[in-house]
Write a protein of this length. Structure first.
Ligand SMILES: [Zn+2]
Length: 238
């Protein structure tokens, strides 16, 4: 399995790696900072540069390992490549993903509405929550609360924790541990807020900004129903 470097540090924009193998237009590296599509967050794009060529990375998917689909010359196994992320796209994804953590927490805190799905893009995002119907006032309140959290510029950090310990010590519904497959024994916990009294704590393998101030303002743009018990809330960032 490719070492997924963004899990340890999601602020890195370029890196060196070695090609392990290629399958037609797909390249497997020993290590990579490219985020593969997952958890509602789209894959990164960018380039792989190497002696004798440069290829665009157009898709990144994780199955048994991480596959980088390239457009251009394909480097051979053993080649050293320099990966460069499209940082505008990735940083937008990190901002929207972090905002989604805040929105999930606010909906759970204030409406007992659990997040059941989410999808983000570089310029907008949506979140589905178990709730009959949010009113205009509800949405205005949610937006105001989110902007308080942005103004507070809360730190965002992550660490790993044994699943058994996490299940004993953390709120499993809130951290969403109960949704993870049994095979996952070590969790990556993402915390927002004061280390002694975090505002939110979730098990998550996505990429996040370092502090909520980077979200630069949240606008809740609307809601639609996804059935009698599910609401879809859409938002954009400043
Ligand atoms: Zn996350």
């Amino acid at each position: 399995m490719t070492e997924q470097l963004y899990l340890a540090d999601s602020s890195v924009r370029s890196f060196e790696a070695t090609v392990e193998r290629t399958l037609n237009d797909r390249v497997v590296l020993d290590r990579s900072h490219f985020y593969p599509t997952g958890g509602g967050q789209p894959h990164d794009t960018g380039t792989l540069a190497f002696d004798g060529g440069e290829a665009a990375v157009t898709d990144v998917a994780k199955t048994d390992t991480v596959y980088h689909t390239v457009d251009g010359p394909t480097p051979e196994a053993g080649t050293t490549v320099r990966g460069e992320l499209d940082w505008e796209r990735r940083s937008a994804h990190m901002r929207y993903h972090t905002a989604q953590h805040l929105l999930s927490a606010v909906l759970l805190d204030e409406f007992d509405a659990e997040t059941v799905g989410n999808q983000l893009y570089a310029d907008r995002a949506r979140l589905d929550a178990s709730y009959p119907k949010f009113s205009e006032t509800d949405l205005a309140d949610v937006e105001a609360r989110l902007n308080e959290l942005v103004d507070d510029d809360l730190p965002v950090r992550h660490y790993t924790m044994e699943r058994e310990r996490a299940e004993a010590e953390l709120d499993t519904q809130r951290t969403r541990i109960d949704l993870l497959p049994d095979s996952i024994a070590e969790l990556r916990i993402v915390e927002v807020g004061d280390p002694d009294d975090p505002f939110d704590r979730t098990a998550c393998a996505g990429t996040h900004v370092a502090a909520t101030g980077e979200l630069d303002g949240v606008e809740v743009t609307g809601r639609t129903t996804q059935g009698s018990e599910t609401e879809r809330v859409t938002f954009t960032l400043g």
